[in-house]
Design a protein. Structure first.
Lengths: 645, 295
C-alpha cells in the first residue's frame, strides 16, 4: 500500500515536471520560430525591393529620362507606371494592412521621383532624409500622431553598370509585430536607444534594435526609459529588471539589425515549486511507513532465526567434515595435474624439435629435386655440345694440314716466279697483289691463329668434360678420387665467377687419391670457391682479390685449403655457419644451405673434417680433411647438390 | 469656300438620308423595341480589348443598362466601322467624303476612342467629348532619335517635332486620326507610309526597327509606354489636343441625347472619372482640365 502510494506520488511528480520542461522547451522553440519568421519576412522584403529596383518599368523611367524624354510628353507616364506598381505593395487589401508602409524611388541625386504609401500611414515623403539604410524611427509631422518606427530597405537601380537611383521600402515595425505576434500589448519606441520594444505576454518582451546595442546599454534603457511607458495595457507585474530575465539575441540577416527576446527565467527553467509540498509530504509518509515495515520485518526475522539455529549448527558440522575430505581429494588432483603438465611440456618440446627437423629435411628435399633437375639438364647440354665440338676439332686439324700444304705451295710458287723468266709484268702483278693482301703478315699470323684456336677448342672440351664430371649420375658411386683433378674441374666450371674479381693461386702437391664420390667432393669445392668469390666481391677496401688453394697429405688424410682475402666471417657467426639456412648474405643472395651440405658431405658421408678460421689480416680459410679410406655405406646416402649460397 | 463646304455637306447628308430612306429609321425607340444596344467596336488600346472588355465596353454597357436594353458587342475594323453604323461605305477625301455604296447596318453606336475629325462629322454625330487625346510621334529608344525639349508652346513643339522628320520613315493608318495627311507630314520631307494592320501594331513596328517613327494618339502612347517599358520613347506632339466621342447615325438624335444625358450624369457623380482612372490612370496629368470637368 505504502509502495503504491509512494509510486503514484512519484509518477505524479514526474509527469508534471516533464510537462513543465516540455512547455519550456516548446516556448524556446516558439521563440526561435518567431525569430525565424521575422527574419524570413525581412529577407523576403529585401527581395521585393531588389526585384522592384531591377524591374523594367523602373529602368524604363531612367532610360527614358536619360534619352531626353520630357515629363510633359511621356516621362510622367513612366512615373505613373512605377507608382501604380508600387501601390500593389503599399495599398491595403480588405482588412489586411500592406506589406510596405511606403515605397519611394529616388534618382541618383537623392530626389524622390515616386512616392507611394499606405493611405492610413502617417508617413510623408518629407519625413525622410533617406540617409540611413538600416533602422529608422520616424516622428510624423502631424503632432497628433505618435512616433512610428520603420525599417528602411534600400536597393540600387543599375542602368548600364551605373547606379541611376534607388528603391526604398519602409516596413512598419508595428505591422511586423502585428503579423507575427498578434497578442502584443505595448509598443515603445526609443529614439535615444534606437529600438522598438514590445511586450507580448506577461514575462516576455521583445525588441528590434541596432545590433550594436549590448547588454549594458539594454539595462540602461530599462532603467532610464521604462518609466515613460504609459500604455494602459502595460502588465502590472512591476518594472522589468533585466537580471531576472534571460536575454536571447537573434541577429537578422539584414545588416545591423537584431531581435532581442527578454524572457522571464521562470518561463524557461522549471523551479518545481507547485510540487514541493507534494514531494515533501510524500517523502515523510513513505519514510514513516517504510520504518514501521522494516521494524516489523526484523522482529519476525529474529524469531525465525532462533528456531533455525540448531539446524544450522548440525549442518555446519557435516559441512566441515565434507570440507576436509574435499581438501585431501584436491591435493591429490593437484599432484596429478602437475605431472601431466610436465609431461605435456616435454612432449610439446619434442614435437617442436621434430617439426623443425622435418621442415629442414623437406626444404633440402625440395632443393635437391630442383637442383638435380638443373644438373641433369646441364649434363644433357654438355653431351649435346660434345659431339659438334668433336667433329669441329677433327675438321680443324685436317684443315690445318691442308693449309700447311697450301703454304708450302705458295712458297714454291714464289720461288719459281723469282727464278723463272716469266714476263716482268706477271711478276710485277703478283708482287703487287701480295703487297695488297700483306702476304708476309698473313703467312706469319696463320700458324699463330691455328694454335690459339686449337687451345680454344681444348678449353671448350675441358669445360664440357668438367660439366659432365659435375653432373654425371654414373659417378654417384665410390671411386678413387683425385682431389687435384676435382679442384681443377671446379676452377674450370667457376671461372666465370672469379675471372673478373680474383686471381687463383694453386699450390697442389702430389697427393693420394681418396675413396669417395667425385661429384659430391666437386660440389664441396665449388661451394667453397664461390663463397670465397662472394666474400671478395663484398669487400670494398682490397685492391686485388686473391684465392689461394692448397692440397697436401697428412698421414692417412688428404687435405685441401681454400682461402680468400674477402670480408671474412664475424667471430660470432662462426659457431652457426654450418647450420642449415643460416646465412649472413642479404635476402635473396643465399639459401643458407651451401656450407651445411658441404659439412654433411665431408663430415657425415666421408668421415672427414671441415674447418673454418678467420685470417688475421682479412678473409677466411676453409680446410677440408678427407680420410684416404672411407665408409662406403655412408657415402652412398643421397646428398643435395647445392653449389653455393 | 465656306459656302461650298456647307453645300457639299448638305448634299452628302441628303444623300445619306436618301440612301437610308428605304430602311427603318434607327433611334432610341427602335433600340428599345429591339431590346438590344449593338456596340460597334474596334480593338484598340484600353478602349476595346477585343473580347468585349475595355473602357468603351464598360461605358456602353452602363448606357445599355440605363436605357433598359441588353448590351451586344459587335467587333468591326477601322475601315468598316462607319459603314457598319450608317449602312454606306464611306471614303474620306481631306475634310470631305465619298459614298461608295450600301453596306449592312451592324450596330447602333460606335465607341472605341473615335477621335472627332471633320470628315467623320460629315457622316456621324458625336456625343459630348468622352476622352481627351492628341497625336504624338513615337520612336524606338534604341535608335538615334531623341525627344524634343518642351518649349511651353504647343505650336512650337509641333514644329520642332516635324523638323526631325526629314528623310525619316513615318507610319500611320489611313482614314483614321493617325492619318499622316491630317497633320501635313509629307510636307516635312518624311517618307510617309501607311499601315494596313491594327493600330495596336504600330508601336511594335517602331520597336522592331522597321520604321523610324509612328503616329500614336496619346492614350495609346501611354499604353505603349507601359506595355513595352524602356523600348519606346515619345518624341513630341504632331497635333493640337483632340477629343474623342461616341458616334451615332445622323438620324439617331434621341439616342444621342439619351447618351449625352447619361454621360453628364456619370461625370457628375464621379463614376466616369473612376472609369478613366481604371483604364488610363496617368491621363489626368496630360489633360487635367478635361478630368476636372473644365473642358
Amino acid at each position: 500500500m505504502v509502495v503504491l502510494v509512494g509510486y503514484l506520488l512519484y509518477l505524479n511528480y514526474n509527469s508534471q515536471n516533464a510537462l513543465q520542461k516540455m512547455s519550456a522547451s516548446q516556448f524556446r522553440t516558439s521563440l526561435n520560430s518567431w525569430s525565424e519568421a521575422f527574419n524570413y519576412f525581412l529577407v523576403e522584403r529585401e527581395n521585393d525591393i531588389r526585384e522592384l529596383a531591377a524591374s523594367d518599368f523602373v529602368a524604363s523611367y531612367f532610360i527614358n529620362k536619360s534619352i531626353g524624354m520630357s515629363v510633359k510628353y511621356g516621362l510622367q507616364e513612366s512615373r505613373h507606371i512605377i507608382e501604380r506598381r508600387f501601390s500593389h505593395f503599399t495599398d491595403a487589401t480588405g482588412d489586411k494592412k500592406p506589406i510596405f508602409s511606403a515605397l519611394a524611388l529616388r534618382d541618383a541625386e537623392g530626389a524622390v521621383v515616386v512616392f507611394s504609401k499606405d493611405a492610413n500611414s502617417r508617413i510623408e515623403a518629407d519625413d525622410f532624409d533617406f540617409s540611413d539604410n538600416t533602422f529608422k524611427i520616424v516622428r510624423s509631422t502631424d503632432p497628433s500622431h505618435s512616433i512610428e518606427a520603420l525599417l528602411e530597405i534600400t536597393a540600387s537601380v543599375w542602368i548600364n553598370e551605373k547606379i541611376a537611383g534607388s528603391v526604398v521600402g519602409l516596413v512598419s515595425i508595428h505591422e511586423l509585430y502585428r503579423r507575427f505576434l498578434p497578442k502584443q500589448a505595448l509598443q515603445h519606441v526609443s529614439e535615444s536607444y534606437h529600438l522598438v520594444s514590445l511586450t507580448n505576454y506577461s514575462g516576455l518582451y521583445s525588441m528590434i534594435c541596432s545590433r550594436n546595442l549590448d547588454n549594458s546599454m539594454l539595462k540602461n534603457y530599462f532603467q532610464n526609459e521604462q518609466s515613460s511607458w504609459t500604455d494602459p495595457s502595460r502588465p502590472a507585474d512591476g518594472p522589468i529588471i533585466p537580471d531576472s530575465f534571460e536575454i536571447i539575441r537573434f541577429p537578422f540577416d539584414k545588416d545591423g539589425l537584431e531581435l532581442i527576446w527578454l524572457v522571464d527565467k521562470s518561463l524557461l527553467y522549471h523551479t518545481g515549486e507547485p510540487h514541493r509540498f507534494l514531494l515533501v509530504f510524500g517523502t515523510i509518509v513513505i519514510s514513516v511507513m517504510a520504518c514501521a515495515f522494516i521494524a516489523g520485518k526484523q522482529y519476525v526475522k529474529s524469531l525465525s532465526l532462533v528456531s533455525r539455529l540448531d539446524i544450522f549448527t548440525k549442518l555446519k558440522e557435516q559441512i566441515e567434515k565434507k570440507n576436509v575430505a574435499l581438501l585431501d581429494e584436491m591435493k591429490q588432483r593437484q599432484a596429478i595435474e602437475e605431472e601431466l603438465r610436465e609431461l605435456n611440456e616435454h612432449l610439446e618440446k619434442r614435437v617442436r624439435e621434430r617439426s623443425k627437423e622435418l621442415n629442414k629435411a623437406l626444404s633440402r628435399i625440395f632443393l635437391q629435386e630442383k637442383l638435380a633437375s638443373i644438373g641433369h639438364m646441364a649434363a644433357g647440354i654438355a653431351h649435346e655440345l660434345n659431339n659438334p665440338i668433336n667433329f669441329v676439332q677433327i675438321n680443324f686439324n685436317t684443315l690445318q694440314t691442308y693449309f700447311d700444304h697450301l703454304l708450302k705451295l705458295i712458297f714454291l710458287h714464289r720461288k719459281v716466279a723469282a727464278e723463272s723468266s716469266a714476263p716482268s709484268h706477271y711478276v710485277t702483278a703478283l708482287s703487287k697483289f701480295e703487297n695488297q693482301i700483306g702476304i708476309d703478315s698473313v703467312l706469319e699470323d696463320i700458324p699463330v691463329m691455328f694454335d690459339e684456336s686449337r687451345q680454344g677448342f681444348g678449353r671448350i672440351a675441358a669445360i664440357i668434360e668438367a660439366m659432365r664430371n659435375f653432373s654425371r649420375k654414373e659417378q654417384q658411386n665410390v671411386t678413387d678420387v683425385d682431389l687435384n683433378k676435382c679442384i681443377n674441374d671446379t676452377l674450370i666450371i667457376s671461372r666465370y665467377e672469379y675471372k673478373y674479381c680474383a686471381v687463383i693461386e694453386k699450390h697442389l702437391q702430389n697427393i693420394s687419391t681418396v675413396e669417395g664420390i667425385a661429384e659430391q667432393l666437386n660440389q664441396v669445392f665449388l661451394n667453397l670457391v664461390v663463397n670465397a668469390v662472394h666474400a671478395i666481391k663484398g669487400a670494398e677496401d682490397i685492391k686485388e682479390g686473391r684465392i689461394i688453394i692448397r692440397t697436401w697429405q697428412e698421414s692417412n688424410h688428404v687435405c685441401c685449403s681454400i682461402e680468400d682475402n674477402g670480408t671474412g666471417i664475424e667471430k660470432k657467426d662462426i659457431p652457426y655457419i654450418f647450420e642449415p639456412f643460416y646465412t649472413t648474405k642479404p635476402p635473396g643472395k643465399g639459401t643458407g644451405l651451401g656450407l651445411s651440405i658441404s659439412y654433411d658431405i665431408i663430415v657425415l658421408r666421408h668421415k672427414g673434417d671441415i674447418l673454418v678460421e678467420k685470417k688475421k689480416d682479412s678473409g677466411t680459410r676453409f680446410t677440408v680433411k678427407i680420410p684416404i679410406a672411407a665408409r662406403r655405406d655412408l657415402l652412398l646416402l643421397p646428398v643435395p647438390a647445392v653449389q653455393s649460397e | 469656300m465656306l459656302k461650298r463646304i456647307c453645300l457639299i455637306t448638305m448634299l452628302l447628308a441628303g444623300s445619306l438620308a436618301c440612301a437610308n430612306a428605304g430602311e427603318e429609321r434607327i433611334d432610341l425607340d427602335t433600340v428599345r423595341k429591339n431590346g438590344v444596344l449593338r456596340h460597334l467596336g474596334v480593338p484598340y488600346a484600353n478602349f476595346v480589348s477585343g473580347d468585349g472588355q475595355g473602357m468603351s465596353c464598360d461605358l456602353i454597357r452602363l448606357f445599355a443598362q440605363r436605357i433598359g436594353v441588353d448590351y451586344q458587342y459587335v467587333e468591326t475594323s477601322w475601315s468598316n466601322v462607319i459603314g457598319d453604323l450608317v449602312g454606306q461605305k464611306v471614303s474620306p477625301d481631306g475634310e470631305n467624303i465619298h459614298l461608295l455604296g450600301e453596306t449592312p447596318v451592324r450596330g447602333d453606336i460606335i465607341s472605341n476612342g473615335l477621335t472627332v475629325l471633320p470628315w467623320r462629322q460629315k457622316v456621324l454625330n458625336y456625343s459630348k467629348p468622352t476622352f481627351p487625346t492628341g497625336v504624338w510621334l513615337i520612336a524606338s529608344s534604341t535608335g538615334e532619335n531623341r525627344p524634343i525639349v518642351p518649349s511651353g508652346n504647343m505650336d512650337e513643339d509641333i514644329s520642332n517635332v516635324k523638323k526631325k522628320l526629314k528623310g525619316k520613315s513615318v507610319v500611320g493608318i489611313k482614314n483614321t486620326c493617325l492619318d499622316p495627311s491630317l497633320y501635313d507630314i509629307s510636307a516635312t520631307g518624311a517618307d510617309v507610309r501607311y499601315f494596313q494592320g491594327s493600330m495596336n501594331d504600330l508601336a511594335p513596328m517602331v520597336i522592331g526597327g522597321d520604321i523610324d517613327y509612328a503616329l500614336l494618339d496619346v492614350p495609346d502612347a501611354l499604353v505603349a509606354l507601359e506595355k513595352w517599358p524602356g523600348k519606346t520613347i515619345v518624341i513630341g506632339p504632331v497635333s493640337q489636343p483632340q477629343l474623342m466621342g461616341v458616334a451615332f447615325r445622323k438620324e439617331s438624335l434621341e439616342l444621342q441625347a439619351a447618351f449625352d444625358s447619361f454621360l453628364t450624369e456619370l461625370k457628375a457623380n464621379g463614376e466616369y472619372a473612376e472609369l478613366m482612372k481604371q483604364y488610363y490612370p496617368g491621363l489626368s496629368y496630360y489633360f487635367p482640365d478635361f478630368i476636372s470637368g473644365q473642358d
